[in-house]
Design a protein around this ligand. Structure first.
Ligand SMILES: NC(=O)c1ccc[n+]([C@@H]2O[C@H](COP(=O)([O-])OP(=O)(O)OC[C@H]3O[C@@H](n4cnc5c(N)ncnc54)[C@H](O)[C@@H]3O)[C@@H](O)[C@H]2O)c1
Ligand SMILES: [Zn+2]
Length: 355
């Protein structure tokens, strides 16, 4: 067992690496556990005590269940269970359960501590640190949120073996993202090891840990997303527009992977990177999103979603582009026909390309 300490405005918090569901064989008094329903089914035995505890709440991990409209039901369950100021919430699941529990912990009784057992690769390698909660409002995604870190996080890659293959690649999208943000050494190591990652849990754990270390530098420097942290949006401006234009048929981390290839393509067409850099990064991103098959992204819906991005100002799009791995930056560019032509060229590539 080893750990990583993250500094936050609430003080330091801890990421421990260890065995699945460590410490959950007994449920402490004044604790309410919120569990992903699928994880509860798959891990009924190790979670037997948790699942037999009346305060435990099971939630199906869907975007609809992560909406403001569902919060009263969860809050009432906890209040009816006797919730008081000295209670702690515990989340077991992926990013959806994390967002729900983080939001409840931030708001119920004006703030409760919470602990997290991330069970998806995306949550382990990326979302578990950084303090954010994001809740949907109606059909609008991630519109409501807080900065509320957990007090501690237990990562065990042992629980990832039951994850769907597409969900593993979705998590790998965020792993690729931080490695490109870090630099060539990390990109080259990941490109070399990528084909072995899904079959080698020990190797995967090294990449989970490295991803958190790289992200930690950004969130500790800028927890509230005002400067250095913004580069973590690499792949996300395009990725969110792709997710939205495909009505969320493309999982988040796959949208981000296509979004990074998109950002690299734009960087190449803008003369920021050369063809060889684009090709090297394309090989890595395509290895991750190619198995999802050609992705048809409706053009009008894509441009409409892109121009709604939170970071935009009138007439401009805010893009996270790169000069090289390790030099990823945010800048504003005119949302003009030249830019749109480059986008159309990329959209045509992903709709048809097999490599
Ligand atoms: N707050 C943040 O900082 C942050 C960052 C990134 C993403 N997010 C949010 O996270 C969500 C996506 O999260 P995610 O990719 O972790 O997926 P998820 O929580 O949607 O889970 C994906 C699927 O995997 C299942 N699952 C979870 N653990 C499993 C396991 N061990 N074995 C088998 N199945 C398992 C779930 O039931 C679900 O069907 C999105 O809503 C996104 O907006 C939040
Ligand atoms: Zn993301």
């Amino acid at each position: 067992m080893s750990e990583l300490i993250i500094q936050s405005h609430r003080g330091p918090y801890r990421v421990a690496f260890g065995t699945p569901f460590a410490g959950l064989d007994a449920v402490q008094p004044n604790t309410a556990v919120i569990v992903d329903r699928r994880v509860a089914e798959l891990y009924a035995k190790p979670l037997a005590t948790v699942l037999a505890t009346p305060t435990t709440l099971l939630i199906e991990a869907t975007e609809a269940h992560k909406s403001l409209e569902r919060m009263p039901e969860y809050a009432l369950h906890l209040i009816n269970s006797g919730l008081k100021r000295d209670w702690t919430l515990v989340a077991i699941g992926g990013g959806i359960i994390q967002d729900i529990v983080c939001f409840l912990a931030a708001t119920l009784l004006r703030g409760l501590p919470w602990r997290f057992y991330p069970t998806t690769l995306l949550a382990q390698a990326d979302s578990c640190i950084g303090s954010k909660s994001s809740i949907n409002v109606g059909k609008f995604k991630n519109q409501l949120g807080t900065f509320t870190p957990p007090t501690d996080i237990h990562v065990s890659t042992g629980v990832l073996k039951t994850l769907a293959e597409g969900d593993v690649r979705s998590g790998l999208g965020e792993v690729i993202k931080v490695h490109v943000i870090s630099g060539w050494d990390d990109v080259n190591a990941l490109s070399r090891d990528y084909p072995r990652l899904q079959a080698d849990p020990a190797l995967l754990e090294q990449y989970v840990r490295r991803s958190l270390e790289i992200k930690r530098l950004r969130i500790e420097a800028d927890e509230f997303d005002q400067g250095p942290r913004l580069v973590l949006n690499y792949g996300h401006t395009f990725g969110h527009a792709i997710e939205s234009a495909t009505a969320y048929a493309v999982p988040h981390g796959i949208g981000v992977t296509i979004g990074m290839d998109f950002a690299n393509f734009v960087s190449w067409k803008f003369g920021l990177i050369d063809r060889a850099t684009f090709d090297t990064l394309h090989a890595l991103t395509f290895a991750n999103y190619g198995p999802s098959g050609p992705v048809v992204i409706p053009e009008a819906a894509f441009f409409s979603a892109l121009s709604r991005d939170k970071k935009n100002r009138a007439g401009d799009v805010a893009l996270v582009l790169l000069r090289r791995p390790g030099d990823v930056f945010l800048d504003r560019y005119p949302n003009d026909e030249r830019f749109k032509d480059i986008c159309r060229e990329f959209l045509a590539r992903v709709a048809t390309r097999a490599s």
